[in-house]
Design a protein around this ligand. Structure first.
Ligand SMILES: [Zn+2]
Ligand SMILES: [Zn+2]
Length: 312
């Protein structure tokens, strides 16, 4: 006894009070109890929103709400911040891709959370959008799962947000996701995507997307939910085994463990490159899809070319 928690480097109390610590954070090195962790995470999200001006008075924010941990934390944090905002409303949107043995549980969890928080909840499915669920669409092309799913999920979300009268779409992307994307785009040599700006002006169908948790690490989000008994114990999507992101993710977590600050530094590099690059020289001018009229860079938008390749 009296040695403190070994995972906490032996610390017995929170840096700011007498309570036992639940997490150790670096830069600056500190140990936080449950209450101080909750404050820290909510304040950091509020700061990201304030500094990047992600929310304005009279906004109606559609929260992309899968029921997983990132979007659960996002919804909880936004519902708390909502109290201090002028005439802003929230609507949670869950996309049912149609993945057997995975999605049914997460939708049930999503319904419970929105009910508890008293937030309007809308469910939309891939079947509504293209006439088939993801499992059916993917037969024989499982290795493309994440890109097919990503394109359709984006579209389903945009349509639902538009129908719900939303002025912003908020997604639960966290610091780890952002760092992974920087590394993936670098590994693929995809400069246009690398320098695509990460803040509110990246839009599709002209509904701006915002990422209030972009400065919060995955482990911090997990701890934030865990101490409030809100951690959703859900299965992992069965298709992630095919994704490059999975490899990048485990490599980056290992680096972060050994060299704290690695993920933030990657994002810093991206922002530095972003400032140097003249975007008009590398990205194609925005055009209209000849099938559906959505903004896109080629003849057809991603959804219409996907539909074409699937024979839909
Ligand atoms: Zn404390
Ligand atoms: Zn189109």
């Amino acid at each position: 006894m009296g040695q403190g928690n070994p995972e906490m480097g032996g610390a017995e109390r929170c840096t700011f009070c007498a309570e036992p610590p639940v997490i150790r954070l670096s830069e600056p090195d500190r140990h936080l109890c449950a209450a101080h962790l909750i404050c820290e995470i909510e304040e950091r999200a509020a700061r990201t929103i304030r500094e990047r001006e992600l929310v304005r008075p009279h906004d109606r924010i559609a929260v992309a709400f899968s029921g997983g941990k990132d979007s659960t934390a996002l919804l909880l944090i936004l519902s708390r911040l909502l109290l201090s905002w002028d005439d802003v409303s929230l609507v949670a949107i869950t996309v049912d891709e149609g993945i057997a043995g995975y999605r049914d549980d997460t939708i049930r969890a999503a319904e419970e959370v929105t009910k508890k928080l008293g937030i309007e909840h809308i469910c939309v499915s891939f079947t509504d959008l293209v006439g088939d669920d993801l499992d059916t669409l993917l037969v024989g092309r499982e290795t493309n799962a994440c890109s097919v799913c990503g394109i359709l999920r984006r579209k389903a979300l945009t349509v639902a947000a538009h129908d719900a009268g939303a002025t912003k779409i908020a997604t639960g992307h966290n610091l780890d996701d952002e760092a992974q994307s920087v590394l993936m785009n670098t590994l693929r040599g995809d400069l246009p995507r690398l320098v695509r700006t990460s803040d509110a002006d990246s839009s599709d169908c002209f509904i701006p997307r915002i990422k209030p948790l972009a400065d919060v690490a995955e482990k911090e989000i997990a701890a934030y939910l865990f101490v409030q008994d809100l951690f959703p114990f859900l299965p992992e999507c069965p298709y992630t085994r095919y994704a490059l992101r999975r490899e990048v993710r485990s490599m980056l977590s290992a680096l972060e463990q050994q060299h704290p600050g690695t993920m933030r530094n990657l994002i810093k590099s991206k922002r530095a490159i972003e400032k140097q690059v003249d975007r008009s020289t590398i990205s194609e001018p925005l055009r209209r899809c000849r099938q559906c009229g959505d903004p896109c860079s080629g003849e057809l938008c991603q959804v219409c070319s996907l539909r074409k390749s699937l024979g839909k």
